[in-house]
Design a protein. Sequence first.
Length: 120
Amino acid sequence: MRYVDAFVVPIARRQVAKYQKIARAAGRIWREHGALAYIEATGDDLSPAEVKVTFPKLARSKPGETVIVAFIVYKSRAHRDRVNKKVFEDPRMNRMIEGMTMPFDMRRMAYGGFSAIVDL
């Protein structure tokens, strides 16, 4: 079964375009180093009435913010570890974020690695 890194980021709507530029560049680097898929998505339908805990509530988003949810897919956890090692050693990653003010509050980002239990 495959392995997935996932994260959720609350972000000001006015910062989404800046974030998208960073995410697109980062995604290319992850894919070059072997990630099977790299997906980042911005919230669209975030408050369905039938759900008690919505993504904005989960992410503690504030007025004027939306939520980014992202997934990076790998063959296995070991494959994830190898890919991430290469990504974080890639000088393009450091150049990309060096001296940059991130377009979101890193302290409010949720991240985790997940073993697939259904993989169709």
